[in-house]
Design a protein. Sequence first.
Length: 268
Amino acid sequence: MKLAGLTMYDLAPVRAATDAWWSGLAKACRQEGLKDVPDQLWRGGAREDLWRSPDLLLSQTCGYPLLKDFTNHLTLLATPIYDTKGCDGPTYRSLIVVRDDSPAENPEDLRGGICAINDWDSQSGMNVLRHTIAPLSREGRFFGEVKVAGKHHLSIAMIAAGEADVAAIDCVTHGLMARHEPESLAGTRVLCQTDSAPALPYVTGIATATDDQRRLRSALHNALADPDLAAARADLMINGFADLALDDYGVMLDMETGAAAAGYASLQ
């Protein structure tokens, strides 16, 4: 049996919607003639293990680690279009979030503060924030401390609890939290937005045959038209798919090299 996992936005309040979305996608995959389509999503451990698995049928990944570490493991299928503040077509941004009582009026005011990130290989939580802060850095430094929260919603919780001053939060995650669990954003506010980049792509394993890649893309687009999936799509804020190329994600590496050129190669 193949593996499928949609781990990137698998927040507890939308887990039922994620499962419903997969159920419809699995049906569409079978209708396209794909074999060994799993009934349930993989939630078995580190998502990197899933992305490296030779049995991977379908998943979603962040574009930054895709470019940095997984081009030999994953094939881009399609880029989702989300209906939430910060998204424009198949692109998304991060929202720079602070405590609601923070005196900060712009990123410069965050100098010397404590920054929370979801992970070091995150486009939305680290790379785009580094890109934003790079022009403001002095001798390669800006923040007083950087803490790794592990996930975006945990970064927000750290800010609300006074354990961090700022974090860059994927606007889709923030939108899902605002819609389905608004109390989780209590005590925080959005200071500003970052520059945009292509949204988190749906992918398959590198070993997936070309014909099966075509069937997967067709299944994704067919699921968008399935009226039985309308509620799940609305809950997940999925509004469409775009056919982007891997080169379109190169803006993420441009952000990395631009920060390095500004003397801010590492978020600190």
